[in-house]
Design a protein around this ligand. Structure first.
Ligand code: MG
Length: 388
């Protein structure tokens, strides 16, 4: 029986994780739920999974949740950054699922690792911001980081039973998102609604925009560098519009091992929870006869400017990826709020990166400082562009 703390329970990964947990009550027990602003959904989850702890963003929401619970469950309600970190490191917890969005996931994920908890990681931003710190800490406390990101789950599955020193490169695949083939001149007027329409995956808003700009693939390359201890140059990115192969690993002798699966996040989530076992997930088998063709293309660097910026920041390393990540969060938010155009997202990021002198990160506090510095620079840049 694994005792689980689920950080980000009301998001897309969180709700899918709960479906798996619900179907495997003899394997998993929810000890704590960290929700966001969706109090009604969190309330239903509390009633169903009966955790001992729940966390929300602030005291107002905590009070709202308490009054809605009407004292009819034996649960402790916490709030704020401290609350998320507290539930991630509870002594009863064996595994923390890190499924919060963006930089908010960094502290609780780090707390879980420091406290010796295995982590099922969906929050790629934490590795982008502070990969070296998280990986070093995980080695020190002897914990596993099981990737939930579908590409990294594919790589994780493809390295089982192989020798690490035989690995030549990682081939990271991506669908190319909704704008892969749109005329470039149309991208400047692309709306959030169009950008949110991912052809293959149903996901949260931030990651859907990141997929449209392909920043997501850039963040994933940095994530892979840390998870699998490779150089950025050992990571090749290929567009694979069918999204059947979720990534591959090439070995020294030229053998390539790939993982193929339907595009459903329950597959990588369940593997992260049940490694090295494969749980029964009720999904129809892939129909390869129906799919027929698997095709590959190189991403267009002009079209996907965010991808180039991410790969460059990943190569520089140190504090630069944290700046990239923070500026991207500000850019994506401004785009979703209709303040900037789609092609202005990379502009905001590039201008922020130009203002930063990279340095090695020695602590999580430093990573958070860099994050905040970059967010205020990016906000200033928006203002200079005449967008508030
Ligand atoms: Mg992914």
């Amino acid at each position: 029986m694994k005792n689980i703390c689920l950080l980000g329970s009301t998001g897309s990964i969180g709700t899918n994780a709960l479906k798996i947990i619900k179907n495997n009550p003899d394997r998993y027990r929810i000890i704590a739920l960290g929700g966001g602003r969706n109090i009604d959904l969190l309330l239903n989850q509390i009633k169903e999974f009966k955790p001992l702890f729940a966390v929300v963003i602030n005291s107002r929401l905590a009070n709202e949740l308490k009054s809605k619970l009407n004292n009819d469950t034996n649960i402790e309600i916490l709030y704020g950054a401290k609350g998320y970190s507290e539930i991630a490191s509870l002594s009863d917890v064996n595994l923390a699922i890190a499924a919060m969005t963006g930089s908010a996931g960094l502290l609780p994920t780090f707390s879980a690792i420091t406290a010796g908890k295995d982590v099922a990681l969906a929050n790629k931003e934490t590795l982008v911001m502070a990969g070296s710190l998280l990986i070093n800490e995980s080695k020190k406390s002897g914990v596993n980081i099981f990737p939930i990101d579908s590409e990294h789950s594919a790589i994780y599955q493809s390295i089982q039973g192989h020798s690490r020193e035989d690995l030549k490169k990682i081939i990271l695949t991506g669908s190319g998102g909704p704008f892969k083939d749109s005329p470039i001149e149309k991208l400047s007027t692309a709306t959030p609604k169009e950008a949110l329409k991912h052809p293959k995956w149903k996901m949260g808003r931030k990651i859907s925009i990141d997929s449209a700009t392909m920043m997501n693939k850039g963040l994933e390359a940095i994530e892979a560098k840390w998870l699998f201890n490779v150089e950025m140059d050992q990571i090749e990115i290929l567009l694979h519009p069918q999204s059947i192969i979720h990534s591959m690993v090439e070995y020294m002798d030229g053998s390539i091992i790939a993982q193929l699966a339907p595009t459903d996040m329950r597959i990588p989530i369940s593997y992260a929870l049940s490694y090295p076992r494969h749980l029964k997930v009720d999904l129809p088998s892939l129909d390869l006869l129906d799919i027929k063709t698997l095709s590959f293309e190189r991403p267009d660097k002009k079209r996907f400017r965010c991808l180039s910026l991410a790969l460059a920041a990943g190569k520089i390393g140190e504090s630069m990826p944290a700046v990239l990540n923070a500026a991207n969060e500000i850019g994506v938010k401004a785009f979703l709020e209709g303040k900037i155009g789609f092609l202005e997202i990379p502009q905001v990021i590039e201008k922020t990166l130009e203002k930063h002198k990279t340095f090695p990160l020695n602590s999580i506090e430093q990573a958070i400082e860099v994050d905040q510095w970059a967010k205020s620079r990016a906000t200033e840049i928006l203002r200079e562009m005449g967008r508030k």
